[in-house]
Design a protein around this ligand. Sequence first.
Ligand SMILES: Nc1ncnc2c1ncn2[C@@H]1O[C@H](COP(=O)(O)OP(=O)(O)OP(=O)(O)O)[C@@H](O)[C@H]1O
Ligand SMILES: [Mg+2]
Length: 270
Amino acid sequence: MIEIKNIRFSYENEPVLEDVSLSVKEGEFVAFLGLNGSGKTSLFKMMNALLVPDEGCVCVDNMRTDKDENVWEIRKKVGMIFQNPESQIVGTTVEEDVAFGMENIGVPRQEMIKRVDEVLNFVGLKEQKKKEPFHLSGGQKQLLCVASVLAMRPKYIIMDEPTSMIDPIGRKAILDIMKEINKKGKTILFSTHILEEIVNVERVVYLRNGKIMYDGTPLNVLKEVREEFGTSEFLEFQFELYKKGIIERFMSEEELEERLKKLANRIQRS
Ligand SMILES: Nc1ncnc2c1ncn2[C@@H]1O[C@H](COP(=O)(O)OP(=O)(O)OP(=O)(O)O)[C@@H](O)[C@H]1O
Ligand SMILES: [Mg+2]
């Protein structure tokens, strides 16, 4: 469990997080929303000890992030993927990049070779194994970052705007992989400015000026934030269906299509 208790944090004199409390259990899939500067990235950095709070505490599996002796273990448990994939790629080939993080944490060579294939296969970059990362598309670069983090087998994966720098097709590939990783039982936390991505999760946390304003189901959070954050046709359509009792939660396009088909069949038969 990641537990954040009453934390405060300022860069110089500017308060960035104010009395934030939050806990995330194993296996959760949580989206973080909020306008620019609301504190999402700062909050994420608290979760793997890149930042420590001025007040309050952050614990990862009962280890406090402000104790130096815990930092190594915490960073192994909490994998972080930043917005710009280029800033995280270090290998001169795709496979080297995946191996790099594992080398750092001392994974034995045979095991490393096995995991490189396993994760590249999983994210669909097997064919690119020997390529220079430089030749990959934006979406593929982001998938490579995901693979490199997965290879280290973190328990929690934090992704800061994983889809913001890639095209819609690449975006779907990333989201599909995220869903699959979560289905395998890993905890995923991500931030986004693309509201529609909340259909993939069960929980949305909404930040405003360094405070958590809402924490709930995508539907309940959207109700509160559509004025401030904006909304989308797709979600408003689903909201109407919800009010009519046709759906009970937001769904992905595929799920919704399935549901509406079933409904149409029922109507035809009756
Ligand atoms: N290194 C820094 N030094 C000083 N101030 C910073 C630093 N990083 C962030 N801030 C400030 O902290 C506040 C919160 O920033 P943060 O990056 O956490 O927000 P965010 O929600 O991730 O924003 P965005 O959606 O733009 O990524 C902002 O006012 C920002 O200007
Ligand atoms: Mg940010």
